[in-house]
Design a protein around this ligand. Sequence first.
Ligand SMILES: [Zn+2]
Length: 212
Amino acid sequence: MPALRAGFQDLLDALEGVSYALDPQGMFLAVGRPGWSQFATDNGQPALAEDRIIGRHLFDYVSGPEVQDIYRRMHEMVLSRTRPQITFQFRCDAPDAERRMRMSVSLISVEGEPAAILYQSQVLAEISRPPMDLFDPVAREAGLASMRNMPLINMCSYCHDVALTGDGPAGARQWITPEAYYRAGGSSQVRISHGICQECYETVGSPLKRVA
Ligand SMILES: [Zn+2]
């Protein structure tokens, strides 16, 4: 694999938003430091500290087989230059704010050879709202020991819609926004498994399907 040149870290540090580079196998090579540390602080997640993430695999942080499968196909398409850049919108809430984001996933070549995959996400809109524990990993982890018997809900990794897992097969589930979930009396005392809703599967997955 060709090495990234000196200066790459400086370039990554200068990018707006949260940026990181993965090697072709999906391991973290480098992160844009200012944006990344802001992201780790905002989310109250010291485990995401920069020095602890380099060398780890993206899938240590992306859960759910369907979601991992989409990332895997996205990497294949970027690395093979079938689509050297893929962009999509997603939602990435903080406990007390709704956040709409845009992600671009791009190929970095060095001397014509694929060297890295660049992820860059930028905030499109952020709206404060009352805290939702569904998006507070610290509050949720604190209750983890007693969570084993709690009901399991499915959360879409892209739009944060939720569905009860008892609702039947993934495609037939009733997905509702987290706001509607709370309005309907939904509890924060649940276990969350991450997946992808039908609508996001069609929008996020469609650039992958079109050429497949
Ligand atoms: Zn979704």
